[in-house]
Design a protein. Structure first.
Length: 143
């Protein structure tokens, strides 16, 4: 940048095909060590890359966070608590209703609502696929 060279001294470069593979290996090992060291069971636990959705007792949140953050000094985890019986995970809003979990499509506040312009020079198959993906999201992510 501006005639300067920078050397990455830790981790893998963004966009490298190796990065997600290594990240998945690290997260698998982290989960294996951290979850097995707990003296209780987490009833619901889902992970997508480095985003985790788990249902745990409120009284155990700090214990789990400390456990995960002690895995490696360069890895730091945070957590979010539900607000008004709901929480977002990726593009899903999960709503606690009694003993049930209800899902709905969620858009982050930063979402701009931009899609491929129909009159753009993109191949038609990309425009059609955008519609299919929107319909899939609406059907698959909502109760």
């Amino acid at each position: 940048i501006n005639g300067r060279f920078y050397e990455q001294i830790f981790g893998t470069s963004m966009g490298s095909p190796l990065s997600p593979i290594l990240a998945n290996m690290v997260m698998d090992d982290l989960e294996s060590q951290c979850l097995n060291s707990l003296n209780f069971t987490i009833p619901i636990y889902y992970r997508f890359v480095d985003d985790v959705f788990a249902i745990v007792p409120r009284t155990r949140m700090d214990e789990i966070l400390t456990n995960f953050n002690n895995y490696h000094e360069r890895l730091r985890f945070t957590f979010e608590m539900e607000v008004d019986s709901s929480i977002s995970f990726l593009n899903v809003k999960i709503i606690r209703s009694g003993t049930r979990l209800i899902t709905n499509w969620f858009r982050k506040p930063m979402w701009f609502g931009r899609y491929i312009n129909y009159y753009s020079n993109h191949p038609l198959k990309y425009k059609i696929n955008t519609i299919y993906n929107l319909v899939d999201h609406a059907i698959l992510l909502s109760n």
